[in-house]
Design a protein around this ligand. Sequence first.
Ligand code: SF4
Length: 448
Amino acid sequence: MEKRVYIETYGCQMNEHDSERILRLLEGSHYLETKNAKEADFILINTCSVREKPEHKVYSALGRFKRFKDEKGTIIGVAGCVAQQEGDKLLDRVPYLDMVIGTHAIPMLPQLLQRIEVSGEKVCETSFSQNGKYLEAVLPERPLNKVKSYVTIMQGCDRFCSFCIVPYVRGRELSRPSGEIIKEVKHLAEMDVKEVCLLGQNVNAYGKGMEGELDFPQLLDRINDIEGLQRIRFTTSHPGDLSEELIQAFSKLKKLCEHFHLPFQSGSNKILRAMHRGYTKESYLEKIGRLKKICPPIAITADVMVGFPGEEEKDFEETLDLLQKVQFDDLFSFKYSPRKGTRASQFMDKVEEKVKQERLSILQEIQKGITLQKNQELESCVEEVLVEGLSKQSDRDVTGRTRSNKVVNFEGDISLVGKLVPVQITKAYAHSLRGGIVPNYCGLRIAE
Ligand code: SF4
């Protein structure tokens, strides 16, 4: 008998992709997805503890779902980073919770769910796996009806930045064998997926410590050869592992999109040291300079944090200086907030909340102007756009992305979905572009 699963996902692309994998795994146990929690036989909250107020969010979601447990005995589980970190404690604190499943235990989910169904017992599985089994893909059997897809290539991180919880909740760096990744991308391309985004906490470290394995630029090179695939992206990267070979890949590989997300976190060398980031403002700028030289149209985006312990006004000014020097296409900016279990959470010289907020507002205002200006530079240019679907704003419009990852809306219908089309940009906005298809245009770098 078919059953229904409802998944609520918080956080990064890795979590989104994990939720997709879980859905595919559960299809084998006759669970189909529902977007309505009320209909579900199983509710799973896939949590993130990187940036949000994690436990608070989980407990509030659990509170919302309690009535389904009371009314119809819905099985309720928590997965992801908070599950990994809190483990049994979650089961102790929430009596109606049935399952806690850590970041390495996803492949065990169908068996654990079956155990709960049969015996009604509560389960908690948060041990770290020593092999890469937990990263294995679940290949889709039916057409995905999707233009783009994520592919996990590695998980975990060995860098231990002082503010970051990832190495504790995702474990140490572990890469998937390249043969498996290539097989998965080929399979996706055969299912008409046009773009893949390769995922990992630090994809630049792909293959490290695996004797005889490809490194990241070599993996990109192999994926570039896959027939039918049109575009390759990746996220996320650490500046310390950005090699010259990877920079060169942007001039060599036709399918590699001209966009690099390279978090810098702070422009102050003093704060970078306290963060244990392992690079300086100067070396970051040098790498950005190399990327722009090798690939002039490249769009650069990044993550930045304000108010890290010890950040003084002059440190913040260094960050603003870096913004001006790089001219980022977009920036994901946050106020520092301590994560339990990290070294920085013990640092004494905290920055006042009011100061953090002021700095964030100043930084965001400056970046808003830069982003708009970068978008305006594209006005009247013709861009290759991969059409992703109908626009949410108007059913006469479609929406897609340029190779530099900017959203473009333009007139068109559903027959364009999945196609690469030349679009002339007519108007730039803060978060998107407006344009129109150019008929019979032949100047695009469309990959064969
Ligand atoms: Fe966290 Fe990224 Fe630092 Fe790894 S490199 S510890 S994932 S911030």
